[in-house]
Design a protein around this ligand. Structure first.
Ligand code: CMX
Length: 441
């Protein structure tokens, strides 16, 4: 067995024993209360899931196995000559729970390189779609076409024992992660570059290769991809893409089915699609104002107009965060280092100065601060990646690292089928009148 797999198994067995003891002693302890408004309003704040890979703090932002983004930038292994973390190294951290050595990170990189070959029928499935198809639809179709490769599905059909679920899931997760850059780059070149495809470079790291196959062979773009693939990888378990992957996976759907389901959620404008919406919104503002460099006053007027027309300001607000997203800050730092005079990047910073007080003044928005999507597009545009409909695909490639590491953990801990209780408004009314019982599972 591969050494990383062995390490995971040892960690998962120890954690499973610990959880068993924990539940034996404290299983009936109440972790919180559920109010009727939470039931009707998106289950905000209800603790109902265990996700080992990362934890979100409303004030401080995301921590991956306890490490903040600046800490990851400092402590995770880097590519030769690079200063941003290798996302493969973050995958190791999320999976094993310990910082990888350079050797550990290289080991993951080389597993991903070896498994990166995408079978031709996947490209044929993507090619069957009209060229006007949204890149996220092409991407999910590509992932679904790749499901023919699932080791878990094959082994399950052959009569897999429960105790071995984790191992086939482990294999599927690594193979799927290895192939996603090729699928993403294929979609990009098909839709925007006349199907002039670029073969992978077997010597490059996972993100460097993604950049290369898309046609961006600039060392600072490689660095952006490494940062981008790191910061988008995970955001604890309750967000739509992570939760959906976990939920679908709880039915023992394999990694391909579960991840594709999660990415359909990422493709919604309140979640990952917000990254394309931000750039679209800025372009529309520039067009209306007739300038590439809107003033604070012009931005303010345009925000008011957006709100008056019943739309959200994309890239601002969050269901959990209550401060500026550290993923936004990390990208701002990258911008200051690599492109301090870029007009669009400077506009993003001006929007950051202008929008929060306006949103705050409305009184109903719980978080007026920018999230990850407020910044990402402008950095990509700087390098010529102007096709904003593609941006969510990059988010999706990165998100695979977190949700699939989590799915391996779900199997390692033998988590059961997820099945919360739902109610009807009629039953709620009867309960309020004292005519019905509190309902249980
Ligand atoms: N612009 C305008 N109105 C906003 C807003 C924004 N950026 N953010 C929240 N609101 C509104 C909500 O629509 C809601 O209005 P109603 O009461 O009229 O329905 C009200 O403020 C309260 O919302 P909230 O409790 O503060 O926020 P939610 O937890 O309901 O929603 C989110 C969170 C992200 C969906 C919301 O802030 C939003 O729509 N933001 C813009 C889209 C976006 O950037 N999404 C990306 C999030 C990060 C990611 O997943 O990638």
């Amino acid at each position: 067995m591969d050494i990383i797999k062995e390490r995971f198994k040892a960690k998962a067995d120890a954690a499973a024993t610990e959880i068993k003891e924990l539940l034996k002693e404290h299983g009936s302890k109440k972790i919180g209360e559920v109010s009727l408004s939470q039931v009707y309003q998106g289950m905000r704040g209800i603790t109902g899931l265990v996700t080992e890979t990362s934890l979100l703090d409303a004030q401080e932002g995301i921590r991956f196995r306890g490490y903040s983004i600046p800490e990851l930038q400092e402590k995770l292994p880097k590519a030769k000559g690079g200063s941003e973390p290798l996302p493969e190294a973050l995958f190791y951290l999320m999976l094993i729970g310990e910082l990888p050595t350079e050797d550990d990170a290289n080991r993951i990189t080389s597993i991903l390189q070896r498994r990166s070959h995408v079978p031709n029928h996947v490209f044929a499935a993507i090619d069957a779609l009209p060229i006007t198809t949204h890149p996220m639809t092409m991407y999910v179709v590509g992932v679904m076409a790749l499901q023919t490769e699932s080791v878990f599905a094959k082994n399950y059909a052959d009569g897999l024992s429960k105790k071995d679920y984790w191992e086939s899931t482990f294999e599927d997760a690594l193979t799927l992660i290895a192939r996603l850059p090729r699928i993403a780059a294929y979609i990009y070149r098909r839709k925007y570059k006349n199907s002039e495809h670029i073969q992978p470079d077997g010597l490059l790291d996972w993100s460097g290769n993604l950049a290369h196959m898309m046609g961006y062979d600039d060392e600072s773009f490689y660095e952006l991809m490494r940062l981008y693939m790191t910061i988008h990888a995970d955001h604890e378990g309750g967000n739509v893409s992570a939760h959906t992957t976990h939920l679908v996976g709880s039915a023992l759907s394999d990694c391909y089915l579960s991840y594709a389901a999660g990415m359909n959620g990422l493709a919604g404008p309140l979640h990952g699609l917000a990254n394309q919406e931000v750039i679209k919104w800025i372009y529309e503002m520039q067009k209306e104002i007739g300038s590439e460099e809107p003033t604070a006053e012009q931005i303010s007027d345009y925000v008011q107009k957006t709100l008056k027309s019943g739309k959200v300001v994309p890239g601002y607000g969050h269901a959990v965060l209550r401060k500026t997203d550290p993923r936004f800050t990390a990208q701002m730092e990258f911008g200051k280092k690599h492109m301090p005079d870029d007009k669009l990047v400077n506009t993003v910073w001006k929007i950051y100065d202008t929008v929060p007080p306006i949103l705050q003044s409305l009184g109903k928005i719980k978080n007026p601060w920018p999230n990850v999507d407020a910044h990402s597009g402008a950095l990509l545009v700087h390098y010529g990646l102007v096709e904003y409909e593609f941006y969510t695909v990059l988010f999706a490639v990165s998100r695979a690292l977190g949700v699939l590491a989590s799915l391996i953990w779900d199997r390692g801990l033998a988590f059961p089928l997820e099945r919360p209780k739902s109610v009807t408004t009629q039953s709620v009314k009867l309960w309020l009148e004292g005519k019905d019982e509190i309902w249980e599972g």
